[in-house]
Design a protein around this ligand. Structure first.
Ligand code: NI
Length: 248
């Protein structure tokens, strides 16, 4: 069930059988010359939406803007400072906790969000610690849709070292499968792109002029995206079931 398409009595009824919710989180940032700016939000949304067709689970609204300051030298990127993202994740999570949700699972599409979302969890747990409450701790998790063993094995099989770390052929393929109307036919050069560290926006554009890091998204395709989605759904389902198991 998608929260955005539910009415409140349906959410109330859902809470009588489950107190777990999945919140896709991504970014709005450049993804190289042929990758969609919404890639990091589109991918976890596609995985979560497919998951909801297979099991009974509530999917929250996608948090589509993330910590992407290092992409701001490319037009179209919209970024939150870490402090802003931390506040956003905290408020979204605590809203859900207010209603009785106990397990909040952020399905993430953007590496730049990881440190800040985990810091937000620490803030939430700190507030219950300092309040001295003895209630069960909220179960909170950040999971990267691309980090499961099935997705990693398939990416290696399809793309090898050309997977790289930003604007990867795996994420571009999945976003294209979700939105085939937006596939870009662009010739990339050189292939694959350079690899290296991330600092600020001007430095990023100097080091990675077309926006890619270590990747060749010229290998992306809608057909690969369909396979990657299937692998990601299986990985996520397995991990989500562990997350929501009674003893965890
Ligand atoms: Ni990405």
């Amino acid at each position: 069930m998608l929260l955005q398409l539910a009415a409140w009595p349906e959410v109330e009824a859902y809470l009588r059988s489950s107190t777990a919710v999945i919140v896709p989180i991504g970014s709005t940032e450049q993804h190289g010359p042929n990758g969609l700016i919404g890639t990091d939000a589109i991918c976890p949304t596609a995985v979560a939406t497919e998951l909801a067709k297979r099991i009974t689970v509530l999917i929250g609204p996608t948090l589509a803007v993330g910590m992407a300051q290092h992409h701001l030298a490319f037009p179209g990127t919209i970024a939150l400072r870490p402090s802003t993202l931390l506040a956003l994740v905290r408020d979204v999570t605590e809203s859900l906790l207010c209603h009785g949700f106990t397990h909040v699972y952020f399905l993430n599409g953007h590496g730049g969000n990881i440190a800040t979302v985990n810091a937000a969890f620490s803030e939430i747990w700190s507030s219950t610690s300092f309040a001295g409450t003895n209630a069960p701790a909220p179960r909170l998790k950040l999971r990267n849709w691309y980090a499961g063993q099935r997705v990693e094995a398939l990416s290696r099989e399809l793309f090898g070292d050309a997977e790289g770390s930003h604007a990867t052929p795996s994420e571009v393929s999945l976003s294209w499968f979700a939105h085939p109307e937006a596939v870009k036919d662009v010739t990339l050069s050189p292939t694959p792109a350079a690899d290296g560290p991330i600092r600020d926006a001007a430095d990023f554009r100097r080091c990675y002029p077309d926006g890619r890091i270590g990747s060749n998204p010229g290998l992306a395709s809608v057909a690969h995206g369909e396979r990657i989605l299937e692998a990601a759904v299986a990985d996520t389902l397995e991990d989500f079931e562990i997350f929501t198991a009674p003893d965890n």
